[in-house]
Design a protein around this ligand. Structure first.
Ligand code: ADP
Length: 415
C-alpha cells in the first residue's frame, strides 16, 4: 500500500489515514521498510533525501517519520530538529534508524515534545511494525480527541449564544410589558384614590365592606405597582447609566414615611421603627426607598399575620460620621441554609412553592442599588428564627466614583 506524496489534506473519516514518511538515501532500505510495513493500516510515503522529506512534510500531514540517522546531505538529528522547531509538527512522531547503537541517547532526550523512538540495525521487522502500530494508534486517538474537543467547544458556544439571546429576549419582553402595564395601572390607582376620597367626604356612613374593599383594592394595586417598578428598575439597571441621584437625605424621616405607609397596608403586622438622631446621608432617596420597601415587603410576605417586624435606622457605632445602616428584622419562615447564598441572585426564589413569592427581583435590585452607593447589604438568621437584613451605606459620596474603586462599607455586627 504505497502512495507517492500527495498534496491533499487528510479526510476526517473515522478510520483516519495515517501517513508514515520514510526517509533514507538508499532506495533498497526504503523498499525493505515498505515490505515490513505493507500490512499495516497506514499510508507509506518515501523520501530519499532530507530535502525531499521536508518538501513532503509541507504538503502532507505526517504522523510518523521513520529516518536514517546518517544521511549524506544532513544527518537525521538535524532533520529531526527542523521538524521539531516547526509548531505544525510538534505532534509528529519520529523513529530513528541507526546502524550504530545509539550510545548518546541523550540526543533523543533533547526533543522535549512529541514521541521519539529509535530502532537499531539490523531492523527486526516485528519491532518496527509494533512501534509504527503504537504510534499510528496514538496519532488516531489524539486526532479523534481533538475533533471531539473542537465539536464540544462549538456546541457549547452555540448553546451559550442561544441562551444569551433567549435571556436577552426575556428581559426585553419584560421591560416592554412593564412599560405597557404601567399606564393603565396608574389610571386604575388614581381612580381608586378619587373614589376613596369621594366616599370619605360624602355625608353617608360608609359600610365596612366598602372600606375593606377599597383597602384591598389599594393594597393589590400597590403590590402590582411594586412588581412593575421592579421590572422597570431591572431594565434601567441593565441598560441605563443607572445614576445614583444623591441628595442630603434624612434617613430617619424617610424610614418613618415608608414604615407608616407599610403599616397602613399591612394592619395585621406590627412594625416598630427605632432611629438615631442626625441620620442625614448623601444618598439617592428614591433608591433607598426602593430598597427599604423591598425589605419590608419581604418581611411582611414571609412572616405570619400578627408577626412583629423591627426596623432600625442607625449610625454605625464605631464611626458615626462614616456610615449609616438600616435593618429589617422579621420573625417569619426564614430561609433554608442551603439557599441563603443565592437569595440576592436575579430571579431567585427560595420559596418558589409558596404563592407569596414575587418575581425574585427585590433583593437583586436592592443589592444593585446599595452597591452603587458603595454600600453593602447582608442577611443574618437569628437563632430564634426569621431573618434580619442589614443595609450599610456610606454617609457621603465616594470621591470620583467613575474612576476610583468605591469605598466599601461592611455591615455592623448583629444588634
Ligand atoms: P421575591 O419577589 O420572590 O420575594 P426577592 O428577591 O425579594 O424576591 O427575594 C428572593 C427570595 O428570598 C424570595 O423569593 C424568598 O424566598 C427569600 N426571602 C427574601 N426575604 C425573605 C424573608 N424576609 N424571609 C424569608 N425569605 C425571604
Amino acid at each position: 500500500m504505497t502512495n507517492e506524496a500527495r498534496g491533499e489534506s487528510m479526510s476526517a473519516s473515522v478510520s483516519e489515514q495515517v501517513n508514515v514518511l520514510m526517509v533514507d538515501d538508499q532506495a533498497a532500505k526504503l523498499l525493505s521498510y515498505e515490505t515490513i510495513l505493507a500490512d499495516l493500516d497506514v499510508n507509506l510515503i518515501k523520501a530519499t533525501s532530507p530535502r525531499e522529506a521536508l518538501d513532503c512534510l509541507l504538503r502532507n500531514e505526517i504522523a510518523i517519520v521513520l529516518m536514517d540517522v546518517s544521511m549524506p546531505e544532513m544527518d537525521g538529528f538535524e532533520l529531526a530538529q527542523m521538524i521539531r522547531d516547526h509548531p505544525r509538527y510538534q505532534q509528529t512522531a519520529i523513529i530513528f534508524v541507526s546502524a550504530v547503537r545509539l550510545t548518546d541517547l541523550d540526543r533523543l532526550k533533547g526533543y522535549e515534545v512529541g514521541a521519539v523512538d529509535y530502532i537499531p540495525v539490523p531492523v527486526i521487522p516485528e519491532i518496527l511494525r509494533a512501534k509504527v502500530t503504537v504510534l499510528a494508534e496514538l496519532f488516531r486517538k489524539t486526532h479523534q480527541l481533538e475533533r471531539l474537543n473542537a465539536e464540544l467547544e462549538e456546541r457549547v458556544e452555540a448553546r451559550t449564544a442561544e441562551l444569551e439571546a433567549a435571556l436577552q429576549a426575556r428581559d426585553d419582553f419584560l421591560s416592554v410589558a412593564a412599560h405597557e402595564l404601567k399606564t393603565p395601572l396608574t389610571g386604575l390607582r388614581a381612580n381608586a384614590q378619587i373614589l376613596a376620597r369621594r366616599i370619605q367626604k360624602s355625608e353617608q356612613e360608609t359600610p365596612a365592606w366598602l372600606n375593606d374593599g377599597l383597602r384591598t383594592l389599594d393594597q393589590q394595586a400597590d403590590r402590582l405597582n411594586r412588581l412593575i417598578v421592579q421590572l422597570l428598575d431591572l431594565s434601567r439597571l441593565d441598560h441605563g447609566p443607572a445614576l445614583v441621584d444623591r441628595a442630603p437625605t434624612d434617613l430617619a424621616a424617610l424610614s418613618r414615611k415608608i414604615v407608616t405607609a407599610f403599616q397602613a397596608r399591612a394592619p395585621r403586622h406590627t412594625l416598630t421603627l427605632t432611629t438615631d438622631a442626625d441620620l442625614v446621608a448623601e444618598v439617592d432617596p428614591v433608591g433607598v426607598e426602593q430598597v427599604l420597601s423591598n425589605l419590608l415587603d419581604n418581611a411582611i410576605k414571609y412572616s405570619p399575620e400578627g408577626g412583629e417586624i423591627e426596623i432600625e435606622a442607625r449610625h454605625t457605632e464605631t464611626d458615626p460620621a462614616d456610615a449609616v445602616w438600616l435593618s429589617v428584622r422579621d420573625h417569619g419562615i426564614g430561609i433554608a441554609p442551603e439557599k441563603r447564598e443565592t437569595i440576592f441572585e436575579r430571579y431567585y426564589q427560595a420559596h418558589r412553592e409558596d404563592n407569596r413569592s414575587g418575581l425574585g427581583l427585590g433583593l437583586y435590585i436592592s443589592r444593585q442599588i446599595v452597591e452603587r452607593h458603595g454600600g453593602a447589604i447582608t442577611v443574618e438568621f437569628p437563632a430564634d428564627g426569621g431573618a434580619r437584613f442589614v443595609v450599610a451605606l456610606p454617609r457621603a459620596a465616594p470621591l470620583a466614583p467613575q474612576t476610583h474603586p468605591r469605598r466599601r462599607v461592611t455591615a455592623p455586627p448583629v444588634g
